[in-house]
Design a protein around this ligand. Structure first.
Ligand code: ATP
Length: 251
């Protein structure tokens, strides 16, 4: 069986992620794509993430209607940063010998792969499907490879005019470039848009996810603070007010 691991923060999952997954499933005849939300992503800087349960819930809603799409709890319990090399090895340990695993990734993320933990070993673990976008060349993909796999400068120069499509066969891995997915949306844009207005959200996320964001008031300007904390604080405030009032009444 052919399967893929699709990792990310998915904060929130959006139509770009789903378009990539659909195209990869069609083109590579994937039986299953595991959407693996990172609990503690090592690459996302200091921005506070929406809690794992919310990001997972949105993934579950977004993937509910496609049997091939499976939200995964592989990284749910970790308190340490989730490195892809470990996640891939954990997933592989649960698969059958005859299964063929692909690592599905967008080209923006792939261009950073040399900064990841043990990138050459990661590339060695399975073949990659890289969702390409117009404007990227084969040289961009080649330059992104860890040094031991990187083509010589003369080869890179020759690849500069060739668009990032087709297949790159390396001694330790094969990189399949997936073309034709042009959903220019990012989770960052959605978070910014949602903080202003939740009305147009379903243009970028499935209807059920838009409903969930509204219901849970995610990405609103006050949502940096967890909801139960806000509730606790508002109770504290009203207790305090009541306390002051009762003092005043006694004076
Ligand atoms: P953020 O804006 O918060 O950085 P994001 O939209 O890039 O988030 P991630 O969860 O970080 O989403 O991405 C998971 C994977 O999906 C990555 O491999 C990324 O390259 C890919 N991806 C994200 N958006 C798109 C898109 N519009 N088209 C193709 N691939 C995408």
């Amino acid at each position: 069986m052919k399967l893929a691991l699709f990792g990310g923060t998915f904060d929130p999952v959006h139509r770009g992620h789903l378009a990539v997954a659909h195209a990869a499933a069609q083109q590579f005849e994937l039986a299953t794509i595991f959407f693996v939300p990172a609990n503690v992503p090592p690459h996302k800087g200091n921005r506070p993430l929406t809690s794992f349960p919310h990001r997972y819930a949105m993934l579950a809603l977004a993937t509910a209607e496609d049997q091939r799409f499976v939200p995964s709890l592989l990284e749910a319990d970790s308190t340490e940063p989730n490195y892809s090399i470990q996640t891939v090895r954990r997933l592989k340990a649960s698969l059958k010998k005859s299964d063929e695993l692909y690592f599905l990734i967008g080209i923006d993320a792939f261009l950073e792969i040399s900064t990841w933990r043990q990138p050459a070993q990661l590339l060695n673990e399975c073949d990659f499907i890289v969702a390409s976008r117009p404007g990227y060349s084969l040289a961009d993909v080649g330059e992104a490879l860890p040094e031991t796999l990187r083509p010589a400068p003369a080869v890179l120069q020759a690849l500069r005019k060739q668009e990032a499509s087709g297949t790159i066969a390396l001694p330790s891995t094969t990189i399949h470039l997936l073309s034709g997915v042009n959903e220019s949306v990012s989770s960052t844009q959605i978070r910014v848009a949602a903080a202003k207005s939740v009305r147009q959200l379903s243009r970028h996320v499935p209807e059920a996810v838009a409903g969930y964001i509204k219901k849970e008031r995610l990405y609103s300007s006050t949502s940096a603070q967890p909801k139960n904390e806000r509730a606790k604080n508002s109770k504290v405030l009203s207790f305090r007010r009541a306390h002051i009032r009762s003092h005043k009444e006694q004076e």
